[in-house]
Design a protein around this ligand. Structure first.
Ligand code: GUN
Length: 283
């Protein structure tokens, strides 16, 4: 069996086209969806992510404001910026790029965002609503993964999903979204003993651990769907995921490549959440 490639780039383009149409409709009513992105410090990956988010916003006709600060920014100053953005009627989404410098309490900052503008889906109110299956902004990467599965006709119901990683951004929420679609979910993480004994039981394997090419065919059940959330550099400095794609190709049924798999979906879902937030303002 040769695995089918899950083309996140192609699916994300379709979603962005739909977002663009929704933006045009809003503009006819005098509303320009606006995303405020807050970036603190010099982390180069964060700068790249933020640049891409801004560029995508603008390509879809949305407003995008970047609020950039040095890594010496005090927590109180950041909280005051968020307070202003919460009150700004032209801003529909607020995204604070993580990680933040260590003098700033991330949780306090996330909590300060108005949940109605929480397009990252990180606020405890959003997380709570997601877990109980109520309307909420869903975190962009896990939501993007669910959209990919849907697009390729992969139904998680009754399947064993094994998640590697337990971050608040990806690992925990992807397990919850899978559970809501009737998957049986196992969480593995850095302290899991004999990781492969769990991953080999997965019908759907989601890897979000950040270890270049760790997952080879010995971790994968024949016919499994393998979703790679890793963004790593290999020994030559080339971008790669957690999965050794070449080695797993003949074992898995579906694979997401890195780049071009989950990554483009994250931005597309952020755009969708932002336009949704602007539409919610009309309700
Ligand atoms: N840092 C890494 N991924 C993300 C993300 O999806 N959102 C934010 N705000 N920060 C991140």
């Amino acid at each position: 069996m040769t695995a089918k490639t899950i083309d996140g780039k192609a699916v994300s383009l379709k979603i962005k086209e739909q977002v663009k149409t929704r933006v045009e409709k809003l503009k006819e009513q005098g509303i320009v969806p606006g995303l405020a992105v807050v970036l603190v410090g010099e982390d180069s990956a964060s700068h790249t992510y933020v640049k891409n988010k801004k560029k995508t916003c603008e390509s879809l006709g949305m407003r995008s404001d970047l609020h950039q600060f040095p890594d010496t920014l005090e927590e109180a100053e950041l909280l005051s910026v968020i307070d202003d953005l919460n009150k700004d009627p032209d801003i529909h989404g607020i995204l604070v790029q993580l990680p933040l410098p260590k003098q700033i309490d991330e949780f306090k900052v996330i909590q300060a965002i108005d949940p109605s503008k929480d397009v990252d889906g990180f606020h405890p109110v959003s997380v709570g609503n997601m877990v109980i299956g109520k309307e909420a902004f869903l975190p962009c990467t896990p939501h993007g993964i669910m959209k990919l599965l849907e697009h390729y006709g992969i139904n998680p119901a009754g399947k064993h999903t094994v998640v590697i990683g337990r971050s608040n951004i990806v690992g925990k929420p992807i397990g919850q979204l899978m559970l809501q679609q009737d998957a049986t979910v196992t969480y593995c993480h850095s302290k899991t003993a004999d990781l492969a004994s769990f991953t080999r039981q997965a019908d759907i394997l989601v890897s979000a651990i950040g270890k270049a090419k760790l997952i080879d065919h010995s971790f994968v059940k024949p016919g499994a769907v393998v979703i790679d959330v890793g963004m790593n550099r290999d020994e030559n400095g080339k971008l790669c995921g957690d999965v050794d794609l070449a080695d797993v190709q003949e074992t898995a049924s579906f694979l997401t490549p890195v780049p071009g798999g989950v990554g483009p979906m994250t931005i597309a879902m952020l755009m969708e959440n932002t336009v949704q937030s602007a539409e919610n303002g009309l309700l």
